[in-house]
Design a protein around this ligand. Structure first.
Ligand code: PAF
Length: 274
């Protein structure tokens, strides 16, 4: 596995690949089994796999966890090497950002609802860094998890609207034994909080059970989800279609049910695709 910290060195190195397929997995490190599933898929589906580790400052709001975001760089290197990664890119902030950069604004509607409403400006930073990383790595396929469903939707929208010739591969959510969706932020949870966090996947399970019994009203399903979300502070429960339009009625094959909640001081998101 080759490790690069300099953007121009990586671009130069990648110029040797003319006809090989390149898979790219962007991450912020503290790699867990969710990331590993994306990496393994990329290794299977491409000639070359590139992983980036960059805790992107522009997607964190003032007062968020940028400074305490988990960092495990040596363990991450081992994970990548073991998973068959060819190239690991670990740039510094200075390698990615410039003085007085052009501004980057996420779509005015879809970038500022749900996650974008509660974290205003978050998606400006996500799209800015993802576009930069895609321009550096020029992948054939780029791998994103469904857990960050709105991020995935917005990245696909950007690819389409900027006419980028990159295939975005949507990867399934990976859960732990208690069904909690894997996230680097789970590391902040105490064992008591982990217990309480279980109500998040449980609430989504409850929603799927109701739907399988024929309940299609979003209002009723949201009420049931809210009842199941005990001992967590709910930020939002929403039901949208795959283009992030609010749904009054569940549309089978075109629905995402989303939850964001605080467990103690840790903010978790989860969702289920119906
Ligand atoms: O999902 C993430 O980890 C980040 O938002 C990403 C895509 C690596 C951009 O910083």
């Amino acid at each position: 596995m080759k490790i690069f910290t300099k953007t121009n060195k990586l671009i130069q190195y990648l110029s040797q690949y003319k006809s090989e397929s390149i898979g790219f997995v962007p991450t912020m490190g503290a790699l867990h089994n969710g990331h590993i599933s994306l990496i393994k898929r990329s290794v299977e589906e491409n000639d070359i796999t590139i992983v980036s580790i960059f805790v992107n400052p522009t997607q964190f709001l003032e007062g968020e966890d940028l400074d305490k975001y988990p960092k495990k760089i040596e363990a991450d290197k081992k994970v990548c090497s073991f998973a068959g990664v060819d190239i690991l890119f670990i740039p510094t902030k200075e390698e990615i950002y410039f003085e007085d950069e052009l501004s980057f604004i996420a779509p005015k509607t879809k970038g500022f609802i749900l996650e974008g409403y509660h974290r205003p400006g978050h998606f400006n930073g996500v799209l800015q860094v993802v576009l930069k990383l895609l321009n550096i790595t020029k992948p054939t396929n780029a791998y994103f998890g469904k857990k960050d469903a709105q991020q995935l939707y917005l990245v696909k929208k950007m690819i389409k609207e900027l006419f980028l010739n990159i295939n975005i591969v949507e990867c399934e959510i990976v859960r732990d034994e208690s069904a909690l969706a894997l996230s680097s932020r789970n590391e902040y949870l105490t064992s008591a909080e982990k217990e309480r966090a279980k109500s998040i996947p449980n609430s989504l399970k409850k929603a799927t059970e109701l739907i399988s019994k024929g309940e299609l009203s979003s209002v009723k399903i949201k009420k049931e989800i809210a009842k199941t979300l005990i001992e967590v502070k709910v930020e939002y429960i929403e039901i949208v279609d795959r283009d992030f339009n609010k749904l009054e009625q569940i549309e089978l094959g075109n629905t995402i049910i989303l939850v964001a909640a605080y467990v103690g001081t840790t903010r978790l998101i989860d969702n289920i695709w119906i």
